[in-house]
Design a binder for this molecule. Sequence first.
Ligand code: ADP
Ligand code: MG
Length: 356
Amino acid sequence: MLLDPKPKSKGADLFSRGEELKELLSSLRDNPITVITGIRRVGKSSLMRVAIAETEQDSIMIDVRRIYSDSSGSIGKADLSYAIQGELEKKLRKERIKTLLSKVKGVSFMGNSVTFDWNDVTLSSILEKLNDHPKPFIIAFDEAQYFRYYGNRGGKSIQNLIAWSYDSLANIRFLLTGSEVGLIHDFIGTDDYKNPLHGRYIYELVLKPFSKDTSIEFLKAAFAENKMQVPLEEVIEAQNHLDGIAGHLVQYGLNRLKRSHDEALSETFRTARILFVNELKELEKRSPRYRKALEFIASGATNFTAILRSFQASGDYASKSRVADALRILERSSWVNNEYGRYSIIDRVLAELIRN
Ligand code: ADP
Ligand code: MG
């Protein structure tokens, strides 16, 4: 079902991401840490879930936002431990996982349920045993930016755990994705030498919006699936306004099933803008410079010199390297595209929002 508002988890529902899926599966075999980056609603969770469903490697997947929302404003070790326990429990049918876990001190079994005595069990002891798995074992965290609420040091202890695993456990693979600003700026911003992950190689899979043609094909396929005839001009116009973010296209498609083209389009715009307004707020919290850089780019400053001059003209005499840093973060977190030194805002809805 292409027009499902939830992340896809079956390969058959994942539209036109064959290359990215192959790239991800191969990174999960080879790299200790893989991060999927990409703008909100572009399809990161979908790609993660389908990869987890299709890989031959064993895995667990945890939505960190869910643990956060069940907790009381900060995630404790117990919250994370129980989430991991729950996920591992689902895998106990696999004898090899049961065997590995049975070697962890403090773990006992009753049929297909497992009890962890958390006075004895540590996350690192679990990882150590999973590391003995014949194939690299995947630990996937969606919405990983919520780890900044883990413990009392802004998620440092999780970063330390991942860094330790990177250094010591050859057979553990971390897969992270989540909201772009939080994840890149706060969690894996590896340029910061105080970050425990500093200096570790992280494979970044950058998920781009669909091309124009793919977006149109997507909408056509989605309407065909719903046995609905929608004139091609409308589909083209929708793509023209909404660009290639899968989530926007799904939203338009769902709206269009019930409403006229014009209504569906404006409704989709409204929801897309709300999402971006919230994300822009997150961005500004990190630094007002990000927002300014986006404004300069949206209003036509498309190369580095022009952006730097715009900063100066606005009274902000940030150094070259500071501006370059800000642009790098914006690029890595998929707010802007940089092609051969020409900057552009990644999405048309976003560009319009920033300009106004
Ligand atoms: P993200 O995690 O980047 O915010 P999601 O994976 O939640 O994005 O996807 C947003 C919406 O778009 C969901 O409705 C999802 O089903 C849909 N979607 C994303 N990528 C695809 C795809 N390749 N094929 C079909 N639907 C997709
Ligand atoms: Mg997601």
